[in-house]
Design a protein around this ligand. Structure first.
Ligand SMILES: N[C@@H](CCC(=O)N[C@@H](CS(=O)(=O)O)C(=O)NCC(=O)O)C(=O)O
Length: 221
């Protein structure tokens, strides 16, 4: 089979965690950017989007939609999903918490100005008092380099990704968490991850509110 083909906008959105997982697995992928409403309409009309939505990834003869389904398939295929049911259950639990935090931070840039202050305060509080403590505790509890099974799994990649978003959001939030800071450096120096962190990789930069509003208006989403 050829390289996976990722269909999405030229932005982080829901596709960025998929880009991260493929890159960490050392899998080269192609991207077909949706650059106009016509592009999205064509994908829909050709029957390529099961729910008329993207992300959609062409992989192994399938046209997979739904972010989590795509992540699950990639993690399974590249042995990044633990060695048994219990490891997979922990990976799922940790991954869902990370996705909740990613969503909470990612939505801030879109929230109405009159709600921004309160939502930012809440996101900082949850980051500092709910999510980061939970993962610091996991690392402290087993003293291993990775979150689950003492080897790299998808959840280490998801955690690194969100730690970078926390750093963009407010780097001081990481200060009270030495194990997470060491984890961030350790995972960032894995060869595939290091390469993805270099300029010129397929990793996407943050977008400001204006860019997102323009994109949403253009794509009518
Ligand atoms: N549950 C889906 C949601 C996908 C979704 O809402 N996609 C939006 C784009 S974005 O929100 O991810 O940027 C979409 O295709 N909207 C187009 C439409 O709904 O017509 C997933 O996780 O993939």
């Amino acid at each position: 089979a050829g390289k996976p083909v990722l269909h999405y906008f030229n932005a982080r959105g829901r596709m960025e965690c998929i880009r991260w997982l493929l890159a960490a697995a050392g899998v080269e992928f192609e991207e077909k950017f949706i650059q106009s409403p016509e592009d999205l309409e064509k994908l829909k009309k050709d029957g390529n989007l099961m729910f008329d939505q993207v992300p959609m990834v062409e992989i192994d003869g399938m046209k997979l939609a739904q972010t989590r389904a795509i992540l699950n398939y990639i993690a399974t295929k590249y042995d990044l999903y633990g060695k048994d049911m219990k490891e997979r259950a922990l990976i799922d639990m940790y991954s869902e918490g990370i996705l909740d935090l990613t969503e909470m931070i990612g939505q801030l840039v879109l929230c109405p100005p009159d709600q921004r202050e309160a939502k930012t305060a809440l996101a900082k509080d949850r980051t500092k008092n709910r999510y980061l403590p939970a993962f610091e505790k996991v690392l402290k509890s087993h003293g291993q380099d990775y979150l689950v099974g003492n080897r790299l799994t998808r959840v280490d990649i998801h955690l690194l990704e969100v730690l970078l978003y926390v750093e963009e959001f407010d780097a001081s939030l990481l200060t009270p968490f030495p194990l997470l800071k060491a984890f961030k450096s350790r995972i960032s120096s894995l060869p595939n991850v290091k390469k993805f962190l270099q300029p010129g990789s397929q990793r996407k930069p943050p977008m400001d509110a204006k860019q997102i509003q323009e994109a949403r208006k253009a794509f009518k989403i």
